[in-house]
Each structure stands twice: as structure tokens, then as C-alpha cells.
Design a protein around this ligand. Sequence first.
Ligand SMILES: [Zn+2]
Length: 117
Amino acid sequence: MKTRDDVAKKGAELLRAGATMLQTHCPDCKTPLFQLSSGEVVCPGCDRKVVFVKSDEDEKELLELMKVSELEEDLVKKIDQIKEKMSKTDDPAELDKMAKSLSSLLDLLGKLRHKKS
Ligand SMILES: [Zn+2]
């Protein structure tokens, strides 16, 4: 266990190294957290990096969802294009090819929508 003096010393060291003291406290030892110039957050009490797992994961999830929506939009556009082309062609080979890509696009779209909900 670290003493208060140790923690204060460590905090002062961090400040000298260009770190800033945050308003947030360590969930384990209640010591104010410090943010290093590199962006890392450390706790001088526990002497370790503090990772805000929850917000990180939220952000990741949000990004993922945004990507999925973009992809979904693209897929819908492609599907519309193929449908339009299909209505204009009478070539069976061409129709067959389009039907195949349409089916895989729809399949992908279904998977995406499933993932989102
Ligand atoms: Zn701590």
C-alpha cells in the first residue's frame, strides 16, 4: 500500500512531466487521476493506467453502427440499380447473373439489419 506522501509525490512528478490533474477520481483508491501528455490516464495511487472501458466500448459500438448504416445505404442503392437493369434486359444469361448478385446483396442486407437490431 502506498502512503499519502508517496501518492502526493507521484502526483507532483506527473505534473512536472506535463500531466494534468483530472476531475475524475480513481474508482479503486479515490485519488485524483492524471492525464499524461500522451493522452493516457494514470492513477498515482495504484500506479497504473486507468482505462475507461465503458466509454471506449460505447464509442466502438457507435462507430460500428455508423459503418453498418453506411453499408446498408450502399447496398440498398446497388439493389435498386440492379432491379432497374433487370427490368431493361431480356438476355437470360444477364438476368441470371443479376439475380445472383441481387440475392447475395439481399442476403448481406438481411444480415446487416439483423446485426443492428
Ligand atoms: Zn487508484
